[in-house]
Design a protein around this ligand. Structure first.
Ligand code: SF4
Length: 342
């Protein structure tokens, strides 16, 4: 029997709604959530493909790439983290707020290093709403937002249709954002801001998903315009209220000083150019197979977002709750942490 259930897209921080199609409780597809206020009936390709992850679902624990009993795998994790110093815990924008709180407490209580990457961006207390973009007289765009975060890109297109001037700074040779921009440059972010700051007024918005350095963030904040940082992971904005982010350089230094790496639902191997073989034990708690689980010494399956409940905070700072779309026997991250502690 076909059934439709609503949830959130897990593929970037925009916070679009998504409808999941179930056939006798099996996930068979998705389509956009028409009445959702964020995306109003559209999902981008990344959003539509997020359901495709399900073919890579991890169903059983493993130790050294061989199937293992879940309890044995959790015992092994407890042993590794209690007998080694230099343990680093990876907190991710893929984690829900409850999971992030539990991971942070677990790391703090055990004096582990906490690693959290927020795209080299940081938290901005006051951020523009998506409606602010549509009403702006000018929009300064840093990064290829139309390609990477299309449902915010759509708001930029609406702003242009409403008469706004669009100025963009994009390093890539080809970009989708350039197609709708009045002017596009590929200078440093500092130079771009210097060149276009005179086009800003009180309704303007600076939208960005990348910068060259943290100095750029200070400069963006100093211009006094509305700002909207857009993160690559669903709940990075929410987790920035729980933990401080690390820069790429800090992360490489942390990894250099790590003997046991405990990764909570992330694919750090795919994200950072680092020799992960130099770490004695890599441990993954993950719903889906990825480059990190492939090189992990211990893997514990956890509930995916489709099997879980929780809250994500989207780029404009709205907390959005989600409920399970399908049932699962897997443990959630919070439950696994409780078992590791015990
Ligand atoms: S813009 Fe982001 S949240 Fe929206 S459908 Fe695309 S990937 Fe998902």
């Amino acid at each position: 029997m076909l059934e439709i259930k609503h949830t959130l897209c897990p593929s970037c921080s925009v916070g679009c709604g998504i409808n999941v199609i179930l056939d006798n409780d099996a996930v068979v597809g998705s389509f956009p959530y028409k009445r959702h206020p964020v995306n109003a009936g559209k999902n981008c390709a990344n959003g539509r493909n997020s359901i495709g992850n399900f073919v890579n679902k991890i169903n059983e624990a493993s130790i050294s790439n061989g199937g293992a009993d879940l309890i044995k795998a959790i015992d092994e994790i407890s042993k590794e983290i209690s007998t080694n110093d230099k343990v680093t815990v990876v907190l991710s924008g893929n984690n829900s707020l409850d999971e992030a709180e539990a991971i942070k407490s677990f790391s703090d209580e055990n004096n582990f290093n906490l690693l959290f990457y927020a795209d080299d961006l940081r938290n901005f207390e006051e951020v523009a709403s998506y409606e602010d973009i549509e009403q702006a007289s000018s929009v300064l765009v840093i990064g290829d937002i139309l390609y990477e975060n299309p449902l915010i890109g759509r708001r930029i297109v609406h702003a242009k249709q409403n008469g706004a001037k669009i100025f963009s700074n994009i390093k890539a040779e080809k970009s989708v954002t350039a197609n709708i921009s009045d002017e596009t440059t590929s200078t440093s972010v500092q130079e771009f801001l210097d060149n276009y700051k005179d086009n800003l007024d009180e309704s303007s918005v600076i939208v960005f998903n990348t910068v060259d350095s943290s100095d750029d963030l200070d400069k963006i904040e100093g211009l006094g315009s509305k700002v909207l940082p857009v993160y690559s992971k669903t709940n990075t904005k929410g987790i920035l209220n729980i933990a401080d982010p690390n820069s790429k350089e800090e992360i490489i230094e942390l990894l250099d000083n790590t003997k046991v790496l405990l990764v909570f639902n992330d694919d750090i191997v795919n994200e950072f150019d680092f020799d992960f073989k130099s770490i004695s034990k890599v441990i993954s708690l993950s719903a889906f197979e990825n480059d990190t689980t492939k090189i992990s010494d211990i893997v514990v399956p956890v509930k995916s977002w489709l099997e879980n409940e929780g809250s994500f905070v989207n780029a404009m700072g709205e907390s959005q709750d989600f409920s399970p779309v399908i049932e699962s026997d897997a443990l959630g991250i919070v439950e696994v942490i409780e078992k590791i502690k015990g």
